[in-house]
Design a protein around this ligand. Structure first.
Ligand code: 6PG
Length: 454
């Protein structure tokens, strides 16, 4: 069993993953142009299993064959150039693993390019930020045909664990690991925005930072917490020199593009992900604030905290369901047989969206008949229904009091719409047919007809 991995790229993620491998008794060869950076990393390696190289050929030669080389460099150009350089030295049966935040379609292309050279390829999404990389990330591996056993074993050693199992997902298809990671990030965007909306509501209800922090912290007691809720509580309670840090931060949200890719991909598939759309849009919109003279000042709201608690749960479950449905759809379209149980286990610990809610969904899936779509599991709908009235009441109150809640609102609208008997889209088709002869389908038929509107 080969117990040695190579890493190209020792930025924050690369260094932390290298230290994590080393602490798990795995030998690590790292490549970097800068000897100083290598020295710095080796000085932090108390387990003494890291070997540094500034020469790419020597780096490759130091790894026993068939080699496993993990690339942790920015996606796109940087990854492509590393691959081209590695092609000069690696050999048939070696495996390249792309651990950057790559777009899943790029992983499919890169996998094919590698295979043409006789090189194995794995696209691996990594979640958990720098701490996760060091102490146990969630790993989403996309492969074609087979993953070498020694590689799986090394990845299992460094990954987060939950319920006695590793949070490592093995998905068929070079791009599937990165697809699952992309959906993870879309869900991450939505949950972050839901919590920002909750913070806005709490402020309007007169909660100061400490009280708001406590509100989020209390969700733990009811098994409704998550990593993002925990850090929100901690952020709101952090002061430096007597000033809360949150009050010093400009309300302009940035992004590196993974949420945008989730939205673009769902558009390409014609699949609805309204809560993630709204979450991405909220970040964009935050860059274009105050375009009108300000009319909504000193906003106040009467709040029953239980209603907010339920609206947060409702919106998070609605969002997660949308994301899971898209994974189910993608899996069917691409003949991949992705098991949602596996995705839940994969996201249970280590990743940014780890939460009590995921644990709950995992256990609902376990009790339900295998292979059913998430929306066929009655408990999921029950969990939404019991919170529906309070969510509606709170959100209508927010509208009345000028508090925008785009993700909570679209999560609610999505549920109401997708559980309604009537949908008015017949009128859209009629309008299209009326002005442009775009045809309609009549009930009980798949045929497309142009109607006579005169
Ligand atoms: C993770 C994170 C991580 C990061 C992204 C998204 O799972 O560890 O999702 O990948 O946060 O870079 O960041 P943006 O908010 O900048 O898109």
């Amino acid at each position: 069993m080969n117990n040695h991995i190579g890493i190209v790229g020792i930025g924050v993620m690369g260094s932390n993953i290298a230290l994590n491998f080393s602490d798990n008794d795995i030998n690590v060869s790292v490549y970097n142009k800068s000897q100083n950076k290598i020295n710095q990393l080796i000085s932090e390696d108390s387990s003494k299993n890291i070997y540094g190289f500034t020469d790419l050929e020597e780096f490759v030669k130091s790894i026993p064959k068939p080699r496993k080389i993990l690339m942790l460099v920015p996606s796109g150009e940087a990854t492509n150039s590393v691959v081209e350089n590695l092609f000069n030295f690696i050999e048939e049966k070696d495996t390249l693993i792309d651990g950057g935040n790559a777009y899943y379609l790029d992983s499919i292309d890169l996998g094919k390019r590698c295979n043409k050279q006789g090189i194995e390829f794995i696209g691996m999404g990594i979640s958990g930020g720098e701490t996760g990389a060091r102490t146990g990330p969630a790993l989403m591996l996309g492969y074609e045909k087979k993953i070498p056993e020694d590689l799986i074993s090394m990845m299992r050693k460094i990954a987060a664990k939950a319920d006695g199992l590793e949070c490592v997902g093995l998905y068929e298809g070079f791009g599937t690991g990165h697809f699952i990671k992309m959906l993870h990030n879309g869900i991450e965007y939505a949950e972050m925005q839901i919590l920002a909306e909750a913070y806005n509501i709490l402020r309007a209800a007169g909660f100061n930072n400490v009280a708001a922090s406590e509100f989020f912290d209390n969700l733990k007691k009811e098994q409704q917490s998550s990593y993002l809720i925990e850090i929100t509580s901690s952020i709101l309670n952090t002061q430096k020199d007597g000033v809360y840090l949150i009050d010093k931060i400009k309300p302009i949200a940035n992004h590196k593009g993974t949420g945008k890719l989730t939205v673009e991909t769902s558009l390409n598939y014609g699949f609805p992900l309204p809560s993630i759309f709204e979450a991405f849009n909220a970040r964009v919109e935050s860059n274009y604030q105050k375009i009108w003279p300000i009319t909504a000042k000193n906003i106040k709201i009467e709040l029953n905290p239980n209603e907010l608690k339920e609206a947060i749960y409702f919106s998070r479950l609605s969002t997660l369901t949308q994301g899971i449905l898209f994974i189910e759809y993608f899996s069917k379209q691409e003949n991949l047989e992705i098991k949602i149980e596996d995705v839940m286990q994969n996201w249970l610990e280590g990743c940014i969206i780890r939460s009590d809610l995921l644990k709950e969904i995992k256990s609902i899936l376990k009790d339900g008949p295998p292979g059913r779509s998430i929306v066929e599991l009655k408990q999921i709908q029950k969990n939404l229904d019991i919170r529906l009235e309070n969510t509606k009441f709170l959100l209508s109150n927010c509208i009345k009091n000028n508090i925008p809640t785009p993700v909570m609102y679209s999560s609610l609208n999505w549920y109401i719409n997708s559980s309604s008997e009537f949908n008015p889209s017949s009128l859209i088709q009629a309008q299209r047919d009326y002005f442009g002869a775009h045809t309609v389908q009549l009930h009980e038929s798949d045929e497309f007809l142009h109607l006579n509107w005169d």
